[in-house]
Design a protein. Sequence first.
Length: 566
Amino acid sequence: MTQEAGSLAAADGPASSRDFVRQIVVDDGASGKHEGRVATRFPPEPNGYLHLGHAKSICLNFGISGEFGGVCHLRFDDTNPAKEEQEYVDAIQRDVRWLGFDWGGHLYYASDYFGQMLDYACHLIREGLAYVCDLTPDEMRAYRGTPTEPGRESPFRGRSVSENLDRFARMVAGEYEEGACTLRARIDMASPNLNMRDPAMYRIKRAHHHRTGDQYVVYPMYDYAHCVSDALERITHSICTLEFEDHRPLYDWFLEHLPVPAHPRQIEFARLNMTHVMMSKRKLLQLVQDGHVRGWDDPRMPTLSGIRRRGYSASAVRAFCESIGVSKANSLVHYEHLEHFVRQDLNANARRVMAVLDPVRVVIENYPQDQVEWFEAENNPENAADGTRMVPFGREIWLEREDFTENPPPKWFRLAPGREIRLKHAYYITCREVVKDATGAITELRCTYDPESRGGGTPDGRVVRGTSHWVSVAHGVSGEVRLYDHLFAKPHGLDDGEELADAINPDSLKVVEAVLEPAAAELAAGTCVQFLRQGYFCIDPDSGPDRPVYNRTVGLRDTWAKLSRA
């Protein structure tokens, strides 16, 4: 989905079907604003990996530019070198591409404009609209006031233009220690909007920058760098989340007082909030650093690299983002809603295989000792083009332990003493004997099979309601299966004041030793399959040539349909 430059074209569909952001774009085009251009941007900070909340923003920004014949820029907001790394830059680009979007030649960094931003800062100083302030950070907070009380003017607010230019030049030259002073915009300390009370524009930070090295010791604050970057790139619609709504007056103030080539429009929408999920990059980083997860791509993480490793597809994530829409109202989305789209995608595309996660041995006493048969099995009943595979069968098989009970309750259709079931793709078997060890645990089931039932039918036409999956003992491959659940057990994540470690679900990961049919061990990492009657699973990169490792992607049951009707 490469974004190429173009002019505004009305999106298909009636106005009633458009979200409010797209309606703004349509209205701006009709009025001739921005000369009919549409240019959006996705501006991540390279201080962590992208998560599902970013996916919503990516789909919105790249989606709008694609629908209206415009461009979408990928711009890194690299204004805090102490927290930024090239690893994050590379991961962000990889994730955006995986999601299905391409910025073409429109890759930018805020650091591309550091020189121009310094010139603009000097322009504001010369206009009497910025000054160097020597208050400490704590003093600045105290002077700022509260939402109900006006702030107090800094004692350094009255410095002359020449003194401020001199002091700012010395800041840039590295003559002051970190925290000694800041450059602040001179706006209104009595403004009811705290963001307008002489906000900081530049601070001193002695840290190595991953792109500019040690060239700078002063770095612009987000509110200043962001709007200037938008203007220099001639962005038309600067789309951000609702927490920046109170920052919009400051965004406009900077652009109105600077000789920039364009004045983009900031538009805010509700961010994505989901049950059982933490969207704070700071907390996600803490999970990684404290060893609560295996890394940013741990399949329990809501990062795009994590859900990709778990087996979620980009198309499922895009469909999910489209379904939740764009609005001004904050809301909470059930995680099951996302799983619904993942399940739909996998049901259509995932290959079917058999795996036994908790095996019990079954000996078919009347089956020939050394005989091996191969049964043809469809790879995906939803798509005949996926073809078939051959599954080996022998005298001894593994059966799922939960598919047997000695004391069957009413409507029990699986195996029990004297009961008959169908083995998927193979024969009917009947349990004749239960073998136990000294502790009373079941170690083996002895059964007989009906040779006339090959492929699932018999001459007498009897119907067996229960069907079980199985794996040949002689041909089965041992593998590790990682059963993932929500990282946070509570739908709201953390209680107020609760420590992150205390909120983690202790059952978020269970590892079991499973037995897989041979075909399941021959697939490449990243391949998703359906374990019959178990759920959807994805081969993990940790897999070896003789030992597959599978992550559970999602279960077979679609709970979202039930939730949506409640």
